[in-house]
Design a protein around this ligand. Structure first.
Ligand SMILES: [Zn+2]
Length: 314
């Protein structure tokens, strides 16, 4: 069943509609659990779109195993997706900074309020992001320390490689996930892949994880694969940031999720005009690379990658 969650009229005789698809079990019991899969808050992040498709396809294939409600919201920012824009185009606004919204407010505040109302009360929500066009991320869940007790056990089911727990002080209170978590609806923020692309391998990995999560919550009786062992990072010093010392073209030497020794070359920053190597980018510690630069052009200070220190992986 496809329904409209929120709609507002636009100046140019068009209507902005946010839609969802609900998949219900054939034999529904009185109060089934509900999982909501939300994606596309940032219009240039497409990885979650494939997850929506593949999840629904696999549920339909074994529909008798479904014991709960699955709500799929593939396009929270449809104007952004249509125009390959990160924010809400005409408003020049990051949609993940307008929650919880306001039912009496302007168009975007009203949209946010309606979305939040619709998703609230789910037993678990996944808000799937895809980094940005500059960096590619290994499938990971990011959790605010305030909600770690409820969320870590759920994240461990979701078949991601890495759970990154952030300090409460770095939390943005205007995000969709914060609004849900602070009002009692558990929401996992997934970051994976890269903006404007689909990494099918990561999508399949997360879909396996969603089935695990559904199984764990008693919503799926079909076969699942055991989730991979998730590395959990609790402390800010677990993660090491690597930034460019010079502007130029970054040419990587290593792959994503590769284990590195201190001093290993991650890549070079080169100057195509002079033919000079401007910087050999070396790993500052032993660790594993969970973020790597995708877009080659860098300025001084640009993020090249993030490493998880070896000690955390033990
Ligand atoms: Zn995002």
């Amino acid at each position: 069943m496809i329904s409209t969650v929120a709609e507002v009229s636009l100046p140019v005789d068009e209507v902005l509609r946010i839609k969802k698809r609900r998949i219900m079990p054939d034999d529904s019991k009185s109060s089934p659990k509900r999982i909501s899969i939300v994606t596309g808050i940032h219009g240039d992040e497409l990885e979650g779109q494939y997850v929506c498709f593949e999840l629904a396809r696999r549920i339909e294939e074994n529909k008798k195993c479904l014991k709960g409600i699955v709500d799929i919201y593939p396009a929270m920012n449809p104007l952004g997706i249509d125009s390959v824009t990160r924010g809400i185009p005409a408003f020049d606004l990051d949609m993940n900074r307008i929650f919880p919204g306001n039912a009496e407010g302007n168009m975007t505040e009203l949209l946010a309020a309606k979305i939040l109302k619709d998703v609230s009360g789910s037993d678990v929500v996944l808000d799937i992001h895809a980094s940005n066009i500059y960096l590619t991320e290994i499938p990971q869940v990011r959790i605010n320390r305030l909600h770690r007790e409820e969320l870590v056990p759920l994240a461990e089911q979701s078949n991601v490689d890495f759970v990154w727990i952030h300090e409460a002080s770095t939390v943005l209170e205007s995000t969709f996930a914060y609004s849900l978590n602070s009002t009692g609806t558990p929401c996992l923020v997934v970051e994976m892949g890269v903006g404007m692309r689909i990494t099918k391998e990561y999508g399949d990995q997360l879909v396996d994880g969603i089935f695990n999560l559904m199984h764990y919550m008693g919503m799926w009786t079909g076969k699942t694969k055991a989730p991979r062992k998730t590395i959990i990072s609790e402390k800010s010093e677990d993660v090491c940031f690597i930034n460019a010392a010079a502007g130029g073209l970054f040419i990587p030497d290593v792959k994503h999720w590769e284990k590195l020794k201190k001093g290993d070359r991650i890549g070079r920053i080169i100057d195509p005009l002079s033919g000079k190597v401007l910087q050999n980018v070396e790993s500052p510690v032993d660790g594993i690379l969970f973020t790597i630069r995708e877009y080659p052009i860098v300025d001084e200070g640009s993020l090249i990658g993030r490493l998880l220190k070896k000690e955390v992986m033990a």
